[in-house]
Design a protein around this ligand. Structure first.
Ligand SMILES: [Zn+2]
Ligand SMILES: [Zn+2]
Length: 423
């Protein structure tokens, strides 16, 4: 269903051709998907997936494939040049799995919808003699390892003068174009105290576990005074050696999330104050190590409008942008967020079925149910529809300079607003 308010100038009609390209390669992509799904590999160890994807791309005419790009063994960059210079559209593929539960985040489907999108865009560049360039990035370790952040800082996007970035993600919530994700930071906390006999001379000791418990409780109190969307999670990884020794060492891991990078920075300061409180209360020495952190994903509305138009023409029912951007907010996090701070980005969500035989809802991402859901024929064809809509969006950017300008103007305005808010 196409919304009546949809602008009519979105009539560049390459969708039938794109549909044909993707339908023709769907069988091959199904094999790629199963190969990745059935051989799950965790972040930066995705050697098999890297080989399967780059071998597949290498067979396609006109693609230049750089394996193990930018010194990252399981990253790659594949480039297709159009007939003349023009805008540069890019796609990110993910293919890492989760420890123990395999492809429970459905990244095999992300890999093939991206592949479908990038290859169909390249086919169109060739057949219609269009200018521009398609770059497909193989981005490892989305589950906490931040492959995209490494590629960003190595200059992978800058080197190819990339104008926009496209990706997608499966889930059990409804189809959406304007997905916002939470900003995320992980912290390792350690306290160093002093051993003493816990019964005979406890006054000689400094209790590092008490420092961590005091911090944990302070954080629990803080949680009541935070805003919706602020999330703090913690785990004690070392709580001492024996009950009869005053604990000289304790450690834990904490994760802090919020709806924007700026709010996350503010929340992080308050959490760090809780850790300092533990040290002050007990006299233990505090050591904080900052772990990985992901920025929130800021979807580009102009790209979202184009995606929604094409997706809905293929039977989708993504709601209007102003509703979509509210309903599609999630407290999950992704390194595509960092990409969205560097260029206009779109990361649509697509629904796949995770249900039992009676239609009862089963688990979503990060559950074993979802690993099963991401292997079905139905999920495959839904991923192919996403690939078509991503390609149509990319082609829209390549053929309508006014759309690219709008996407870029929106991105610049967002960056200015963020900077103004920080002043
Ligand atoms: Zn994921
Ligand atoms: Zn995940």
């Amino acid at each position: 269903m196409v919304n009546a308010n949809e602008p009519t100038h979105l009539s560049t009609d390459h969708l039938p051709l794109i549909t044909k390209y993707v339908d023709d390669m769907s069988g091959g992509l199904r094999m790629v998907s199963i190969e990745i799904h059935d051989n799950p590999e965790v972040g930066y160890k995705e050697k098999h997936a890297h080989a399967v994807l780059t071998d597949y791309l290498q067979q396609k005419d006109g693609w230049r494939v750089e394996r193990s790009a930018y010194g990252i063994e399981t990253a790659f960059v594949a480039v297709y040049d159009g007939c003349r210079p023009g805008p540069v559209v890019s796609f990110n593929a993910e293919y890492d799995a989760l420890p123990g539960i395999g492809h429970a985040c459905g990244h095999n489907l992300i890999a093939i919808s991206t592949l479908a999108g990038a290859l169909a865009t390249a086919n169109l560049l060739k057949d219609e003699q269009l200018g521009g360039k398609v770059v497909l990035y193989g981005t490892p370790a989305e589950e906490g390892g931040g492959g995209k952040i490494k590629l960003l800082s190595a200059g992978a996007y800058r080197d190819h003068k990339v104008d926009i970035s496209l990706i997608s993600h499966p889930g059990i919530t409804c189809d959406a174009a304007l997905v916002r994700t939470a900003a995320y930071a992980s912290l390792k906390v350690e306290y160093f105290g002093r051993e003493a006999h816990a019964a005979a001379r406890p006054w000689d000791g400094i209790n590092a576990l008490d420092a961590l418990i005091t911090a944990y409780n302070a954080i629990s109190v803080l949680r009541q005074q935070t805003q919706p969307g602020d999330i703090i999670q913690g785990q004690i990884t070392n709580g001492g050696l024996r009950p009869n020794i005053i604990h000289a060492y304790s450690s834990g891991r904490f994760v802090v999330r919020s709806t924007s990078q700026a709010r996350l920075d503010a929340l992080k300061k308050r959490v760090i104050a809780c850790f300092e409180a533990g040290a002050t209360a007990t006299g233990a020495e505090l050591k904080l190590t900052l772990g990985g952190s992901y920025a929130d994903h800021m979807p580009n509305r102009a790209l979202g409008r184009s995606y929604r138009h094409f997706f809905n023409r293929m039977g989708g029912s993504i709601v209007r942008g102003d509703v979509d951007i509210i309903e599609a907010a999630t407290t999950a996090s992704t390194d595509q967020g960092n990409i969205s701070y560097a260029m206009p980005s779109l990361s649509p969500n697509f629904w796949i079925r995770s249900e039992d035989a009676d239609g009862k809802q089963l688990g979503g991402p990060h559950t074993p149910d979802f690993a099963k859901a991401s292997r079905t024929e139905e999920a495959h064809s839904l991923a192919m529809r996403v690939g078509k809509a991503l390609a149509a969006t990319a082609v829209d950017v390549l053929t309508r300079p006014e759309l690219l300008k709008e996407a870029k103007d929106e991105f610049q305005k967002l960056k200015q607003d963020l900077q103004a808010a920080l002043r």
